[in-house]
Design a protein around this ligand. Structure first.
Ligand code: FES
Length: 105
């Protein structure tokens, strides 16, 4: 059994590669992403303006903001191109017991 603070946010097979899901964990609005078969969890909102990355798309191991086109590396949240110059946060993810778990701290 995964221990606190990990929280189950999806079934292991729920998201196909390229898909994402908005989740609320620990009072935070996060995005669970399947990028090339691996799960990542990042802040839902772009660091550039208050705009949801849910409206963007997953490209390789990054997520693209659809408002101004910045990409963020899903593994560490760093921006890969302008105009965003601040990272978003990336949260630890584990897949166990048929579920995807996130540590939202
Ligand atoms: S709001 Fe995301 S790049 Fe501008």
């Amino acid at each position: 059994m995964m221990r606190v603070p990990y929280v189950a946010v999806a079934e292991a097979g729920e998201l196909a590669p390229g898909q994402m899901k908005r989740v609320r964990v620990g009072g935070k609005r996060l995005l669970l992403c399947n990028a090339e078969g691996s799960h990542y969890c990042v802040d839902e909102m772009c660091s550039h303006e208050d705009y949801s990355l849910y409206f963007g798309c997953i490209k390789g191991r990054s997520i693209k903001c659809s408002l101004h086109g910045s990409h963020f590396d899903l593994a560490d949240g760093r921006p890969l191109n302008e105009p965003a110059d601040c990272p978003i946060r990336s949260y630890p993810v584990a897949v166990e017991e048929g579920q995807v778990w996130v540590d939202p701290r």
